[in-house]
Design a protein around this ligand. Structure first.
Ligand code: PXP
Length: 252
């Protein structure tokens, strides 16, 4: 059975937009696990634009399934991961200007650095996953770096328009998943997946885990909006009935 890991970054993004303490990504993680999610993912970015150090520390205490810390392979993040001890860390490229993680990690071009980062994670008892584009060269490089998992970047597939482009990207993911599994790597997939475009990917038997964030948070807004308004309305109505009756108006 395939697994779902829920990325809670997007809840933190909403919180940071207001600079207050809600919505709390930790609360989202608790609800995700209550709904049956197998794991929770949070990306601690160098600029701390969404997830904060405190979030990961609390997540480490409350998450019952697997906690996946997404991070750049920097000295700072490797130190934090070593202290935090997530079950698994996913190494991603990070650029300051990007809206979200925009491409896969260039493992082939940075093999020595990534190999050392993987070794440091493994020495700390943390599994290493590499977020890569579905390209044979990157998969072979990930294998040579000693990673346990590759997470295939599904962004190009999710953004593809038209049946032939979709089929081409799906084919690349399928081939990549097979190659990775043949090399003994476990395979995950994520980025831009939603209730519609995840379906064909569910048929790729090598993909063990789907990592999904934005579409779940986006949908939660709509499946929860009516209830949130109804709750507030019920409260407002109660307040109206509890208000002391208005004093009679004086006649002029
Ligand atoms: N996997 C990785 C490595 C990511 O960087 C992201 C985005 O935070 C995701 C999965 C989830 O992507 P999305 O939010 O589009 O579902």
């Amino acid at each position: 059975m395939a697994r779902l890991s829920v990325n809670v970054d997007h809840v933190a993004t909403l919180r940071q937009a207001r600079g207050i303490d809600e919505p709390d990504p930790v609360w989202a993680a608790v609800l995700a696990e209550k709904a049956g999610a197998h794991g929770i993912i949070a990306h601690l970015r160098e600029d701390r634009r969404h997830v904060q150090d405190r979030d990961l520390a609390v997540l480490r205490q409350v998450v019952k399934g697997r906690l996946n810390m997404e991070m750049a392979a920097t000295e700072e993040m490797l130190r934090i991961a070593g202290e935090l001890a997530p079950d698994i860390a996913t190494l991603v490229p990070e650029r300051r200007q990007e809206l979200t993680t925009e491409g896969g990690l260039d493992v082939k071009g940075n093999q020595e650095h990534i190999k050392q980062a993987v070794a440091r994670l493994n020495d700390a008892g943390i599994e290493a996953s590499l977020f890569i584009d579905p390209e044979p060269e990157q998969i072979k490089a990930a294998h040579l770096c000693g990673a346990q998992v590759v997470e295939l970047h599904t962004g190009s597939y999710a953004n593809a328009r038209g049946p032939s482009a979709v089929a081409r990207h799906l084919g690349a993911l399928d081939d990549a998943a097979r190659l990775a599994a043949r090399l003994g790597l476990r395979v995950a997939a994520g980025h831009g997946l939603n209730l519609v475009n995840v379906e064909p990917l569910l048929k790729v038997p090598e993909i063990e885990e789907y990592s999904i964030g934005h579409s779940i948070v986006a949908r939660a807004v709509f499946v929860g909006f009516e209830q949130a308004v109804a709750e507030m309305l019920a409260l407002v109505k109660t307040a109206l009935t509890q208000r002391p009756s208005e004093p009679p108006r004086r006649r002029l």
